[in-house]
Design a protein around this ligand. Sequence first.
Ligand SMILES: NC(=O)c1ccc[n+]([C@@H]2O[C@H](COP(=O)([O-])OP(=O)(O)OC[C@H]3O[C@@H](n4cnc5c(N)ncnc54)[C@H](OP(=O)(O)O)[C@@H]3O)[C@@H](O)[C@H]2O)c1
Length: 324
Amino acid sequence: MRTLGTLNVPAVGYGAMVLSPGIYGEVDDARGERAIKAALDAGATHIDTSDAYGPDGHNERLVGRAVKGRREDVVVATKFGLAVPDGEDSRSFPVGYAFGELRVNGEARLVRRYAERSLANLGTEVIDLYYAHYPDPGVEIEETVGAMAELVKDGLVRHLGLSNVTAGQLRRAHAVHPIAAVQNEWSMWRPADTELRRAAEELGVGIVAWSPLGNGFLTGTVRELGDGDFRHNAPRFSAENLAANNDRYAPVRDLAVDLGITPAQLALAWLLHQDEHVVAIPGSRTPAHIEENTAAADIRLHPDTLARIDQALARFEVTGGTLL
Ligand SMILES: NC(=O)c1ccc[n+]([C@@H]2O[C@H](COP(=O)([O-])OP(=O)(O)OC[C@H]3O[C@@H](n4cnc5c(N)ncnc54)[C@H](OP(=O)(O)O)[C@@H]3O)[C@@H](O)[C@H]2O)c1
């Protein structure tokens, strides 16, 4: 277990985004529910979702159904801001996906509406960890967090989080209300923001690493993408870049073989050794993968091994830009 602010969560949790259609391959709701139950059975009792995964709160509704009957044992985390209600305006921000931008609305007047919609989707009375999914470039972060703090006061939410923020934004938000966690991308092929890490440490804020398996790449099993796979929009997964990245990643995969673990486990164990307050939320549709990933929390890497990994990563030149 690790702490995010004052919230206890397992070192390896579970990210449910992959269970909505059109993300990383074929999935249906029955398979999705089985995957979430497998995560809970394996001890990955921190389930991460968002109102923006899948159409009309699809992912939140799936999570709500899957945790029914064991809600008390689960930390349910969700996010708001990208699924802007019809008729409301929004601001765009640039992303590295081929479509170029996403839109967000983090105005205070909408925050309770977002939370009530997520509570209904999840079929729960309270959200354990509630994040602003992306800072609204047209709204001061203090405004968004001020409205989130009201949700805590009124018992709709237990802990607050921010996703895809800078160190400066975290500091400003934390001055309004304690923040339990920041959720940013961090993995073997996406270094952490060092300023953000420093701010999180100083403030006692935990870090939730999104896409800790590099959208699946770091498992060493992604050779080509099927039709309708969202990663077609990600530059690192173009046919040419994917082949080059797989070649260049071979020394890290070989290290996993030497250690008798899988590349996915090496990627997760390496991440957990970077910071005592980082937790991972890998996603998977496959119970065997979920068990494999959760078991990575028990892998101890010797300092010499960590040094070998870091040497291999220093030579791993990734081709293709980042997503956010
Ligand atoms: N805050 C944000 O802006 C943001 C952005 C992106 C993601 N996230 C969060 O981060 C979570 C995880 O990110 P992610 O789903 O993008 O990527 P990820 O966890 O890095 O990778 C998921 C992919 O890896 C494959 N996989 C997982 N374990 C495997 C194993 N042991 N062996 C082989 N393949 C394996 C899965 O395929 P199978 O299904 O075949 O196992 C899936 O395609 C999301 O669910 C979401 O909660 C947040």
